[in-house]
Design a protein around this ligand. Structure first.
Ligand code: AMP
Ligand code: GLY
Length: 426
């Protein structure tokens, strides 16, 4: 099987790495890829926004399957273009990817499908902000949640008890011509659950937890994700089945009824609140860095699973099986991330980290022929540790990341710590 993976981040490196472990191994290509992906796949210099280039490349390669990793090409219609050219694609159409591209539309779908989520108000005028905040947080006794409606790479959301900060964020989004979604605050631990759909049916992968804030102790600004782990020892048994029944299947059904089949990953970002499971957000793709830990634990083949979903029968690939081992990913972020990351510095120590028993996933790296590996993005690497316990996996990842040098880089030391200590309760 010949597979083309579109993307250049950590998620795509993790996907390609796992595909390369399938038996028989598929022939792997990536566009544009990155230096880590290049270890497993032939990389082609086709940019993420070059939809024509993606179609030509997939046709030229005669790819049996195209897997689209990031949200930007999905929202821009890459999957539609590839399907129109007769290719088999894992990734939703632009119409279906709107679940991620528009938070207000996602809310509309959830309400129509009866999916449990926070109360929300969509605001497009400055004069409506104050009343909207009162509606979603009438007592003002919990944090305000203010989101840019469109794609923002995980950085369009402000959660703050300070009404002034919440208002200022809303105003800045509106001033830039955007729409704002105000939400009721959801408490309780967060879970990321990737649900694979063929447009009709939907199956869950293993739940993971992501760490969105930049600093230890969940301090600092929101990021795209600073680390992740799986499994979740504290999660209720049957969580994945419950989410399929109450969230994923009704959403897939609602979209199908509107003539918008969703083929790909419906990423359910959930809060396990005292009143039950609530959706925080949908994404239309695998999460990053959760993919690094979820696929690390997948023991059944990945390629046939994605192909089966893309061909319209996700069940055809057979049972999905998991390792009992735990996996922890810690993201190494560039100095200045998430605000203005400093780029261009040399990265070293990856081999030492891997010799110490971790593996290293590339996200924001480049290495022109004959030159050093340098930093080209805010989230630079993720270092993944595996072990029989969360604690062991955590330690492997921490030992590995300590051996990597990148000036000014930062990472969180508390990824999976509270779970490993049994401190997360529902
Ligand atoms: P989102 O991009 O919608 O996932 O939001 C980013 C992060 O902000 C989430 O992972 C949560 O940690 C937090 N967040 C978003 N919406 C809410 C909410 N309604 N209540 C509490 N926290 C939220
Ligand atoms: N880790 C969060 C995301 O991929 O959106």
């Amino acid at each position: 099987m010949k597979i083309l993976v579109i993307g250049s981040g950590g998620r795509e490196h993790a996907i390609v790495r796992r595909l390369a472990a399938d038996s028989p191994a598929p022939q792997l290509h990536a566009a544009p890829g990155n230096p880590g992906i290049a270890r497993h796949a032939t990389c082609h210099p086709v940019a993420l926004d070059d939809l024509d280039g993606q179609v030509s490349l997939a046709l030229e390669l005669a790819a049996d399957l195209v897997v689209i990793g990031p949200e930007a090409p999905l929202v821009a219609g890459s999957a539609d273009r590839l399907r129109d050219a007769g290719l088999t694609v894992f990734g939703p159409s632009a119409a279906a990817a709107r679940l991620e591209g528009s938070k207000s539309w996602a809310k509309e779908i959830m309400v129509a499908a009866g999916v449990p989520t926070s109360r929300s108000v969509t605001v497009s005028e400055r004069s409506e902000l104050a009343a909207g905040l009162d509606r979603v947080n009438p007592l003002g006794d919990v944090p305000f949640v203010v989101k840019a409606d469109g794609l923002a790479a995980g950085k369009g959301v402000v959660v703050s008890p300070d009404r002034g900060i919440a208002t200022a964020h809303g105003e800045s989004v509106l001033a830039a011509g955007g729409t704002v979604v105000l939400e009721e605050y959801l408490d309780g631990p967060e879970v990321s659950l990737f649900c694979l759909s063929d447009g009709t049916r939907v199956v869950p992968l293993a739940p993971a937890q992501d760490f969105k804030r930049a600093l230890d102790g969940d301090e600092g600004p929101n990021t795209g994700g600073m680390g992740a782990y799986s499994p979740l020892p504290w999660a209720p048994e049957g969580l994945a089945d419950e989410v399929i029944a109450t969230v994923a299947q009704p959403t897939i059904d609602e979209l199908a009824a509107r003539g918008i089949p969703f083929v790909g990953v419906l990423y359910c970002g959930l809060a396990l609140t005292s009143r039950g499971v609530r959706v925080i957000e949908f994404n239309a793709r695998f999460g990053d860095p959760e993919t690094q830990v979820v696929l690390e634990r997948l023991t059944s083949p990945l390629g046939p699973l994605l192909l089966a979903a893309a061909q319209g029968d996700v069940a055809a690939a057979g049972e999905i099986t998991w390792s009992e081992d735990a996996s922890v990913a810690i993201v190494l972020a560039a100095a200045g991330y998430p605000a203005v990351p400093r780029l261009g510095d040399v990265i070293s120590g990856i081999e030492a980290a891997e010799e110490a028993g971790a593996h290293v996933i590339h996200a924001g790296t480049v290495q022109p022929t004959g030159s050093d590996l340098t930093c080209s993005g805010g989230r630079v690497l993720s270092v993944v540790g595996t072990g029989s316990t969360l604690d062991a996996a955590r330690q492997r990842a921490l030992d590995g990341i300590a051996l990597i040098q990148l000036e000014g880089a930062h990472f969180r030391r508390d990824i999976a710590l509270r779970a490993a200590r049994g401190e997360i309760t529902l």
